[in-house]
Design a protein around this ligand. Structure first.
Ligand code: 26Q
Length: 787
């Protein structure tokens, strides 16, 4: 390893040890590890070809990968070797790892799920490609100025990205606009503009380095050659025009994750990814097969939400216009190839493109969509008149994805149920059995083995290391959860992580934390439905209660918040401001010093999650029931021994089922009760009237106690709670407050708490993404693992 690193430092980077920076060492170490992935990567590809295996293609607008170096080292079994080599070279291994920027090509849960799936498919030996966009700028960086979120561009590609291989030979033309002509009865699309999609491959290595798949990301380049004539005339701007146009497409990730806006560039991005992927898939397939009729025996394509749902019409277009199939022959092939995963029920998040925009950007696809809609209406005469892909001059991408897929899945048991009952009741009746559930999971390699060394080592020494690729083995820890020696070691591992996190927060924010305090953590995108507002209101109540009772022995707490708001989401930004304002007041109050701290480190990302989750005592999963499709952070916390305080929402329901009610702090209304409660137009007023604690909290905010320089700062937010409380913050406040009181009581009994924490880890086996991927392989893709 040492020799390899020195060789790369010298010959790939052109530096000697005297002048090498941490960055140079990182690139040299990354290239050395990448070298070791290449052989298993080739071997996997050769086997897939030799055995003519079915391949899975995962189409996603987002892959929220995070850092790659440590993940590669861990999966190759070379973590200690790499650490030792760097130590021998006099280089700080941790500093090298932390030097790597996160690959932040995603917003949150959906993008991180795609990354966990890629890792699990490689671990299981499921031949697969991930297809995405190589955004120049990933998710924006968040800073706080005066407590308010400020966004700055993210810049991960300004440094060398040592994990990828550029494939300029794998390039496809992607066309837009223009018109459709009819020639001898056949449709011919005459595009108005086009760009080139050029491939960049990153190998994804599985546990123990036995299998590697490819993450292929597309970068946009101009198709037309540089306009030398215009350039020579001195018209430099015009000469560069096609270049500008093309590069815009893969320039930046859209930072919205819950509100759909019908932006032309977003539609172009979606089609760019989808068309490049499908052309690549057909080219690969036709290298070794003649007939497109059994495409579905060799190819499974999964659509990560509706973002790549143009895949239905695009594959129809390729089969009909380019390969001469009839509409009726092409349709069942496409349906048998495609699967669609739904990740949200929020009506404002559902993609609906105007027929005008669709018809302008993709005129041929608009024709095909109308043909599909007509075919569906004719074939299913029981279809109610109000159902259809095209309605009110909009193309509804959910309906399109449903109709073009052989399987549609939700991401938790509760969510899949609601997908059936509330999102697609009519289509479900016409196509019974098409909607299934695949509960999300997370990869235990990154989310325990890599991020929580102390706990991993304890588990290894207790039950061996088989759990890393067979997470159900954690069950063997159950008897130890009652064992005093094991519990002491479990507690010590947690404390170690809390000390590490306190040191890091101390260094980065100048805040001193008590590692014996209860670390209570809510990290996720900021959204009204996720109810960070409920958490901060309860924090204010706790602050007030401590001040009023100077002689009571309160359990010391650290409230940790992390997460970004979409740049245009005003209410979410007000909530961020309030959290930071409360932190300023609480952290400077001598009366509550040592008993309550509020911390909100800026720029939450995958790497910060890896630091915070192992150090967490209490996991906050408090969304309005029926709104969080699954959640995956909730699973990471459970795995790392943090009990949940949460509602019956998303995968919380299944976490509760696995861990047992005694080890979960359940509160709040159910999804049905939420719907019921909203029928009372005065629900929030009634809830406030019934809660003196909430009245007090709202009054403190209204008086400007947290915004003395601008006492009316939160009038808007207060008005929402009183009069437009759609997410039922007020109605769930008392239940939440009481559940938090139960948490305090439980934490005070140390032995009992550690047993509870250990049981969370012991019962987390179900939430491995390996289990999820096996489910997709069996129920959707009909593939077998090669390992
Ligand atoms: C759509 C159109 C235009 C611009 C942006 C978007 C867009 C982008 C991202 C819409 C939605 C998203 C992301 C959604 C998401 O992350 N959903 C989460 O998915 C997780 C994995 O299944 C679940 O655990 C979460 O519950 C769900 O919120």
């Amino acid at each position: 390893m040492k020799a390899a690193v020195l060789r790369h430092l010298t010959y790939s980077i052109g530096k000697d040890t005297i002048s090498a920076s941490i960055y140079d060492w990182r690139v040299a170490l990354s290239l050395s590890l990448r070298d070791l992935i290449v052989e298993p990567w080739f071997a996997s590809t050769r086997r897939t070809y030799a055995e003519d295996r079915k391949r899975v293609y995962y189409l996603s607008m987002e892959f929220l990968i995070g850092r790659l170096l440590e993940d590669a080292a861990v999966n190759l079994g070379l973590h200690e070797v790499a650490e030792g080599a760097m130590a021998d070279l006099g280089v700080d291994f941790r500093a090298v790892i932390e030097d790597e920027p996160d690959a932040a090509l995603g917003n949150g849960g959906l993008g991180r799920l795609a990354a966990c799936f890629m890792e699990s498919m490689a671990t299981l030996g499921c031949p697969a490609f991930g297809y995405g966009i190589r955004y120049e700028h990933g998710l924006f960086r968040q800073m706080f100025e005066g407590g308010q979120q400020v966004e700055t561009p993210e810049d991960w590609l300004t440094q060398r990205h040592p994990w990828e291989f550029e494939r300029p030979e794998s390039a496809y033309t992607i066309s837009f606009k223009g018109h459709v002509e009819t020639l001898e009865g056949r449709a011919v699309w005459v595009p108005g503009e086009s760009v080139t999609a050029s491939a960049f491959d990153t190998p994804v290595i599985g546990w123990k380095g036995e299998w590697a798949n490819t993450l292929r990301l597309w970068g946009a380049k101009p198709t037309t050659l540089f306009d030398l004539e215009r350039f020579n005339r001195g018209d430099y701007a015009a000469a560069a025009e096609p270049e500008t146009l093309a590069r815009t497409i893969s320039r930046v990730l859209y930072p919205d994750d819950t509100t759909f806006q019908g932006k032309e560039l977003r539609l172009k991005q979606e089609y760019f990814l989808t068309s490049a992927a499908l052309q690549d898939i057909l080219r690969r397939y036709l290298k070794t097969h003649d007939s497109l009729h059994d495409l579905a025996d060799h190819v499974a394509i999964q659509m990560n939400d509706t973002h790549p749902a143009i895949a239905g019409p695009e594959l129809m277009r390729l089969l009909i216009d380019d390969h001469g199939l009839t509409f009726d022959d092409a349709l069942p092939i496409v349906q048998n190839v495609l699967g669609y995963t739904n990740h949200t029920l929020l009506p404002e998040a559902l993609e609906r493109w105007s027929t005008y925009l669709m018809g302008t950007i993709l005129p041929r696809h608009m024709q095909i969509i109308e043909q599909i809609d007509a075919w569906h209406a004719k074939t299913y005469p029981k279809r109610p008149h109000y159902i259809g892909i095209v309605k009110h001059n909009e193309v509804r991408m959910g309906d399109l994805a449903f109709i073009m897929s052989h399987r549609v899945n939700g991401v938790s048991a509760l969510h899949s149920d609601l997908v059936r009952k509330t999102l697609f009741p009519e289509l479900d009746a016409l196509h019974p059995g098409r909607i299934i559930n695949q509960t999300n999971g997370v990869t235990p390699r990154r989310w325990l083995r890599l991020s929580n060394r102390p706990l991993s080592a304890l588990i290894d020494s207790t039950i061996g290391d088989g759990w890393v690729s067979d997470l159900d083995q954690l069950k063997q820890l159950e008897p130890f959860a009652q064992d005093a020696g094991f519990c002491a070691a479990f507690d010590a591992a947690k404390r170690r992580n809390k000390v590490d996190m306190s040191n890091w927060l101390g260094a980065s924010m100048g805040i001193t934390l008590d590692p014996d305090a209860l670390f209570d953590v809510q990290i996720k995108r900021i959204h009204e439905y996720k109810r960070q507002l409920l958490n901060i209101l309860q924090t204010i109540d706790q602050w007030h209660t401590i001040r009023e009772n100077p002689n009571v022995a309160f359990v010391p707490r650290v409230k940790v918040f992390g997460g970004k708001s979409a740049p245009g989401y005003i209410v979410a930004k007000e909530i961020i401001h309030l959290i930071n304002d409360v932190a300023t007041v609480v952290n400077n109050d001598p009366a509550t010093r040592g008993l309550l701290k509020v911390v909100y480190p800026a720029n939450y990302n995958v790497s910060m999650a890896q630091r915070l989750i192992p150090a967490t005592d209490l996991s906050e999963q408090i969304s309005t029931a029926g709104k969080e499709a699954s959640g995956t952070g909730n699973m990471k916390f459970m795995l790392n021994g943090a009990p949940t305080i949460g509602t019956l929402d998303g995968a919380n329901v299944e976490i509760l089922h696995e861990v047992g009610a005694a080890n979960f702090f359940l509160f709040g209304m159910t999804a049905d009760e939420v719907v019921q409660r909203r029928t009372d137009p005065d629900h929030s007023r009634h809830a406030i009237e019934a809660s003196p604690a909430l009245q007090r909290v709202l009054q403190m905010i209204a008086e400007g106690q947290f915004s003395p320089d601008q006492p009316d700062r939160y009038n808007g937010l207060l008005d929402r709670i009183w009069n437009h409380d759609y997410f039922l913050v007020a109605a769930d406040f008392e239940a939440y407050r009481l559940a938090q009181h139960d948490v305090d009581l439980a934490y005070a009994d140390r032995a009992k708490w550690v047993t509870m924490a250990a049981l969370n880890t012991a019962r987390a086996g179900y939430f491995s993404s390996d289990r999820t991927i096996r489910g997709y392989m069996n129920d959707i893709w009909s593939t077998k693992a090669a390992l």
